[in-house]
Design a protein around this ligand. Structure first.
Ligand code: ZN
Length: 682
């Protein structure tokens, strides 16, 4: 359970083939031709996602999605400028060259230029979307000069004056490694604002910013405002001022268009959603953070609308101080069938609690399941595009979450695209030894993966209770790993329970075998592909998975429950006894629950340190080598579908959903039609 973004988990990346999400009722989905991968470059693959069931929506909801998707497009330039003030002039210069250059496009330097532009589009700027390090162009400055000189001057942005003046500004930023080296610096001991290339502050030191917002935070009452969320903090004539992002303020040209389309959306929405959208419009028009709170409160209470959306200044990961939010949008609609699955689980929460292998005194007398909503993305924008989360949990303001709750969603068609695009990439053949395991994973891997997530989220975290006098923070830095382990173990234990078949959640207990084989192999081995050689495991979920897997290996050693098999110098993890493994999971759950309920810090620390942190360097090197040989890109992002209104006599009579041909085409199209900001914004 996590606020904000739920990013792609390790299990997903390194075992993406384990999840392919056909519907539970039809494990072998109809084989239709759909090209999931539209482009690959560098460490990235660009995918399409499929907007399942869009055609079945009524016209009113299709139209609502269309208007909201237009609003999502209009804010695209904002995230570029937020990420770094030079991103827009650089992107526009690169695009002008890309479109206008009539010379040799077979030159290797041209290929490097094209790759650089693709990376800039992917990251919404010149810094890597994940590591935040600046890209180093693979072409020379001289080559770039030649390209620019060959394109007519009027194609370039003129915000700095002549093309020479433009070049004088952007070339050091592009080519000098010491200029703007990192977008978000997290290294302690230096001024985080002065050393980060993000554009949330202008001429302000970290100390000044912290003092400024520290003073404002003291004013907060019981319904605090998210101070700093929607502005750039700047120093003007020696004084600190906030340049507020609103209509009439900073980013106004883009926000005016966003508002224009939101008004259209409000015009076709029902009463409930109209009020929500109008609150958001009011926030954009006034910049008033109290209006933002009002919008969030209305939004989080709407759990019935089929179509839903995120649109606004939302996540604060891009600000090293965590005040300022990047602009993003996600338009989506509920997947009723998949949501039904989480409701069945939730409705039976008490049964699961009563039959849990934990000690009776640590069981909840009255347990309430959480029913997470499953959605399909219809459109991605701003900071959610092209790289996007697989789930979201909003709003972020703690007091609103406490008073009004939060919405937690998993984005089914995005995970589907990840999984489908990984099929046949050789991962299973390389890392899973037995054909019967591979077959089971191919047949049931998707369903198993979905069930695991559902049980973990809807029941696992919410089960169990603390002993009297224990308040829950006794486990300190080991608390979150042990909490994830508790939810995972709950899920793994029940996955193989006959109750799952009885409730119609799985067709067969074989589903659990698929999950067990992939979970253990991932936890003991394949997830190491994402750890740098020589390093320990740091990431919480990865520590949890290794801890569970290695602990189970240890506990079952005498009976050879899990075996490390060596074939021709390659190591494989094999589960020999699924029934015994299930009872081991039960035993481990009982112990982890005891540790949490009693706040037993020392036992918790021992488990995590013994099983979750250290890496076998020989096995690690082997995994990296085998993974590398498969040539799988570690990051993925998406192109959007294309929505086209069908008009009759000036009226929209239908919206058609199509899929674009290419990544470059979509980016150039967006840049030519939805680019509203100047290259310099203050
Ligand atoms: Zn969790």
């Amino acid at each position: 359970m996590k606020k904000g973004l739920i990013v792609l988990t390790m299990a997903f990346i390194s075992s993406a083939v384990f999840s392919c999400r056909p519907r539970p009722q039809e494990p072998q989905a109809v084989q239709e031709q759909f090209d999931w991968i539209v482009d690959t470059f560098d460490d990235v693959k660009v995918l399409r996602y499929r907007v399942t069931d869009f055609d079945r929506l009524p016209l009113q909801q299709k139209t609502l999605i269309y208007y909201l998707s237009q609003a999502a497009l209009c804010g695209r330039d904002i995230i570029y400028d937020q990420n770094c003030e030079y991103n827009l002039p650089i992107r526009r210069t690169l695009e002008a060259v890309y479109v206008g250059y009539e010379g040799d496009r077979n030159d290797p330097q041209w290929a490097a230029f094209e790759k650089y532009l693709k990376k800039v589009w992917f990251a919404n700027g010149i810094h890597h979307h994940y590591s935040s390090d600046k890209f180093i162009p693979g072409f020379s400055e001289e080559y770039f000069d030649m390209l620019v000189a060959s394109v007519p001057e009027d194609r370039f942005p003129h915000d700095f004056g002549s093309v020479e003046e433009l070049m004088a500004v952007i070339k050091p930023v592009m080519f000098d490694p010491s200029v703007c080296p990192v977008r978000v610096n997290q290294a302690a001991g230096v001024d985080l604002l002065q050393t980060s290339a993000m554009n949330y502050y202008d001429g302000v030191t970290q100390r000044e910013a912290e003092a400024f917002y520290g003073r404002l935070a003291k004013r907060a009452g019981s319904e605090p405002l998210s101070y700093g969320l929607n502005s750039q903090l700047a120093k003007e004539d020696g004084r600190l001022v906030e340049r507020v992002w609103k209509v009439g303020g900073m980013y106004s040209p883009a926000l005016e268009k966003v508002v224009y389309w939101l008004e259209k959306a409000a015009g076709v929405a029902d009463e409930r959603q109209k009020e929500i959208i109008e609150a958001l419009i009011s926030f954009y028009n006034t910049g008033d953070l109290a209006e933002y709170n009002r919008f969030n409160i209305l939004w989080v209470q709407d759990t019935v609308s089929t179509v839903d959306f995120v649109n606004g200044f939302t996540e604060v990961y891009g600000d090293p101080l965590g005040y300022k939010a990047s602009w993003e949008s996600l338009v989506n609609f509920r997947d009723d069938e998949a949501t039904l699955r989480t409701e069945i689980i939730s409705d039976n929460a008490q049964w699961f609690e009563d039959h849990s292998p934990i000690q009776d005194k640590y069981k909840k007398k009255e347990v309430k399941g959480v029913s997470a909503k499953v959605i399909n993305a219809a459109f991605l924008g701003g900071d959610c595009y092209p790289s996007t989360p697989i789930g979201i949990n909003l709003p972020n303001a703690d007091w609103i979450r406490k008073e009004y709750g939060s919405k937690s969603v998993t984005i089914q068609n995005i995970t589907q695209a990840y999984a489908e695009s990984s099929k046949g990439n050789g991962f299973l053949e390389e890392f899973i030894l037995r054909p019967e395991d591979r077959d089971r994973i191919k047949l049931y891997g998707t369903l198993a993966d979905n069930m695991h997530t559902d049980l973990h989220e809807c029941l696992g975290h919410g089960s169990g209770q603390l002993a009297p006098g224990v308040n829950g923070d006794e486990l300190k830095q080991y608390g979150s790993v042990l909490e994830e382990a508790r939810a995972d173990l709950f899920s793994l234990y029940y996955m193989a329970d006959p109750k799952m078949v009885e409730l119609g959640l799985v067709p067969d207990v074989e589903v659990a075998k698929a999950e067990y084989a992939s979970y253990i192999s991932n936890g003991m081995m394949t997830q190491l592909a994402r750890v740098e050689l020589g390093k320990d495991i740091e990431q919480t979920h990865m520590r949890n998975r290794q801890m569970i897997s290695r602990w189970a290996y240890d506990l079952g050693r005498r009976d050879n429950v899990i075996e490390l098999v060596d074939v021709d110098g390659k190591t494989y993890v094999v589960v020999n006894d699924f029934d015994k493994l299930r009872s081991l999971f039960g035993r481990m759950l009982r112990e982890v629950q005891r540790i949490k309920s009693e706040g037993d810090f020392f036992a918790g620390r021992k488990l995590v340190e013994k099983y979750g942190v250290k890496v076998d360097p020989v096995l690690h090197a082997q995994v990296l080598e085998r993974y590398g040989a498969l040539g799988i890109q570690p990051y993925a992002g998406f192109v959007n579908p294309v929505y086209t209104p069908v008009m009759e006599g000036g009226e929209i009579v239908d919206i058609e959903c199509g899929y674009p041909a290419g990544y470059v085409e979509q980016m150039l199209d967006y840049s030519s039609r939805y680019s509203y900001l100047p290259s310099v914004n203050k």
